[in-house]
Design a protein around this ligand. Structure first.
Ligand code: FES
Ligand SMILES: [Fe+2]
Length: 460
């Protein structure tokens, strides 16, 4: 439980707030690159600030204040020129540093333009996303993210806009216990209400609930554990009656708000980042950044653009979409309210990781308040290396289990992603189970999985 003051301090991200000041030490995604394809000028909002993002005709990105300093015309209607964005009202031209380059209707000897500036922030492109830095100078390096770099993988970016505060999304990253009911029982119920529930024993929801029934019968439960490291933390769970040194690891968390669900450590055919970007105090842009890998014999086509799709949380009838894994995670975030009232919560043993994350957040806020540099701000290229599974601090047996390449085991539902292209008992493809079903290149991914599957069968 937090006090009202603590809850405010940890959640609010606007300018001048303690958490907002911390957040301003980091780069944040503000758009997908392809969102500028149709229209090179776009309204964006980040950390409670309204801005206009544009690409000028030389290809430079600019991120400037939303209104023209002359008479408040919205720069969303601006015209990209060879350099900078021109206000369509009286033609004032601004560059990406906020300077006014031209005031074409002023007398030729006027120096007024040299005294007018607009707000401007840095914007850079990486891996199909455009990132912004709104903090004090010197500007740190854009952190290198491993999944943004490989050339021979198929990447897909899926976005959801959620009506809730970023911390609710983040706290779920440390919640290892929700899997059972949220992705098991709720999944079954959502399908039951649609008349789609099946008895397929390998379907994720049935397997999860079967395991839970066995646990209840044995009188055991799952225990969470967190290990902090220099970038954030890793987390694991184990059965209370299982070996003490074998934890099933969840994805590492990279402070402040990025998680790498399978940590890239298990030879998986799909890797993803989940990124919960604070748009303002009550809106989070959730980015599911996915990278599909295939055996060397199966070559995906070379991607010149990384596709992006915006997916709603409700269907055309206004019903919340709950029949896939990320949809279930998301309802747990926004259904806590816009900013959940943490003075009313009752935390139990299973919430150890939530408490640990809040502690880390509080520490980092204090570091900034005392004039220090928070974690994960990189200035030297040598420090800025893509982080991996971050396994340090875990027992050897846990690391061994986490790094063994996963083998294709059709009967093991933890590997259900290998079966994405297959059809379950109810007649729907396994890919429907997760957010992958919304991938712009979904049919291509299924085709490539099928090829990979055939290849593996030949090799077996
Ligand atoms: S309002 Fe922008 S130039 Fe006049
Ligand atoms: Fe989840």
């Amino acid at each position: 439980m937090l006090t009202q003051e603590e809850n405010e301090m940890l959640t609010r991200v606007g300018p001048g707030t303690p958490c907002g000041e911390l957040m301003r030490r980091y780069w944040h995604p503000i758009a997908a690159t392809v969102q500028l394809d149709d229209n090179p000028v776009r309204k964006v909002r980040i950390l409670g600030e309204d801005l206009v993002l544009y690409r000028d005709r030389s290809g430079n990105l600019g991120l400037i204040g939303p209104r023209c300093p002359h008479r408040a015309m919205h720069m969303e209607f601006g015209i990209p020129e060879a350099v900078g964005l021109r206000c369509p009202y009286h033609g004032w031209l601004f560059d990406g540093t906020g300077r006014c380059l031209e005031m074409p209707l002023a007398p030729p000897d006027s120096t007024f333009k040299d005294r007018v500036r607009t707000t401007a922030y840095q914007a850079q492109e990486m891996g199909g996303l455009i990132w912004a830095y709104l903090g004090p100078e010197p500007v740190p390096l854009l952190p290198r993210l491993g999944l943004c770099e490989p050339e021979n993988e198929l990447r897909q970016v899926i976005g959801h806009t959620l009506p809730c505060n970023w911390l609710q999304v983040m706290e779920n990253r440390g919640d290892q216990q929700h899997d059972i009911y949220l992705h098991g029982r709720l999944f079954q119920y959502a399908l039951e209400r649609q008349g789609k529930l099946t008895d397929d024993p390998y379907a994720r929801y049935n397997a999860t609930m079967r395991q839970q029934a066995e646990r209840l019968e044995r009188g055991t439960y799952t225990m969470p554990k967190i290990v902090r490291n220099k970038h954030g933390f890793t987390k694991g769970v184990r059965e209370s009656d299982g070996p003490e040194d074998v934890w099933r690891l969840g994805g590492p968390v990279f402070f402040p708000y990025l998680v790498y669900p399978n940590g890239g450590s298990r030879g998986s055919i799909r890797h993803d980042y989940q990124i919960g970007v604070p748009i303002d105090d009550v809106t989070t842009w959730h980015i599911s950044y996915r990278s599909y890998t295939f055996p060397p014999e199966v070559r995906p086509p070379r991607q010149t653009r990384i596709p992006y799709v915006d997916v709603p949380i409700q269907d055309e009838n206004g019903k919340y979409i709950l029949d896939y894994v990320l949809g279930q995670d998301m309802v747990a975030w926004y259904a806590q309210g816009e900013i959940t009232d943490r003075t009313q919560e009752h935390l139990y043993e299973g919430d150890a990781l939530i408490i640990a994350y809040r502690q880390m957040l509080k520490e980092q806020i204090e570091i900034v308040q005392q004039g220090g540099e928070p974690m994960n701000v990189f200035r030297a290229p040598a420090e800025n290396v893509p982080w991996g599974a971050m396994l340090e601090g875990w027992p050897e047996a846990t690391i061994k289990a986490a790094t063994q390449p996963s083998v294709r085991r059709q009967k093991n539902t933890t590997d259900y992603r290998f079966s994405f292209h297959k059809v379950s008992h109810g007649g729907w493809k396994y890919i429907e189970d997760d957010v992958d079903r919304y991938c712009p290149d979904r049919e291509l991914i299924l085709k490539l999985y099928e090829e990979a599957d055939k290849l593996m069968q030949q090799q077996a």
